[in-house]
Design a protein around this ligand. Structure first.
Ligand SMILES: CC(C)(COP(=O)(O)OP(=O)(O)OC[C@H]1O[C@@H](n2cnc3c(N)ncnc32)[C@H](O)[C@@H]1OP(=O)(O)O)[C@@H](O)C(=O)NCCC(=O)NCCS
Length: 145
């Protein structure tokens, strides 16, 4: 069982990266027809789109935005039929290792209400509620391992 966190580099990898995001984070939440794969935030030099492979199969995505000592994890998602198998925990762990290599000392994430417990179980602490639907800013200190 081998995990890899790769940067999409060919049309097929970009397609599955956007498919997982569009379906899990938009369409499954009732937001159909609004996902934009060409959003400018995808192309900034300090933003790193990542695809999680499990035994060469694409199972999840994250975009890691490095801002000095802070890494912001954006649009974390595991494909629907792959959830609750430990892939999400591994995704965060590999994204944290990537962030440490890029000199980040802390991770921040804006977490949907139904994902707060997942982040908490992966060592993240809630900072503050962000909006009326219960999204929460969560953080993890990387400097202490
Ligand atoms: C949230 C998500 C990324 C978690 O990934 P996953 O692969 O399903 O999670 P894992 O199997 O690695 O779970 C890790 C731990 O979190 C727990 N967990 C995962 N999802 C959970 C949830 N929705 N509610 C409560 N606990 C959850 C698991 O039980 C596990 O706990 P344990 O190891 O202590 O027993 C994934 O389910 C997903 O993509 N959900 C839809 C999109 C989403 O909510 N993304 C986050 C946006 S902020």
């Amino acid at each position: 069982m081998t995990y890899e966190l790769i940067s999409p580099s060919c049309p097929a990898e970009w397609a599955v990266y956007h498919d997982i995001r569009r379906v899990v984070l938009f369409e499954n939440r009732g937001r159909v027809g609004v996902y934009d794969p060409q959003h400018p935030d995808e192309f900034k030099p300090n933003h790193f789109p990542k695809l999680l492979l499990f035994d060469k199969i694409s199972v999840g995505v994250v975009r890691i935005d490095i801002d000095d000592e802070i890494a912001r994890f954006r649009r974390v998602a595991i494909a629907g039929d792959q959830q609750r198998r430990g892939h999400g925990r591994k995704l965060l762990s590999l994204a944290e290792a990537f962030s440490i290599k890029h000199h980040a000392r802390r991770v921040e994430a804006s977490v949907a209400a139904d994902a707060i417990e997942f982040y908490r179980r992966c060592g993240y602490q809630a900072l503050r509620v962000l909006d009326a639907v219960g999204s929460v800013r969560m953080t993890k200190d990387l400097a202490n391992g």
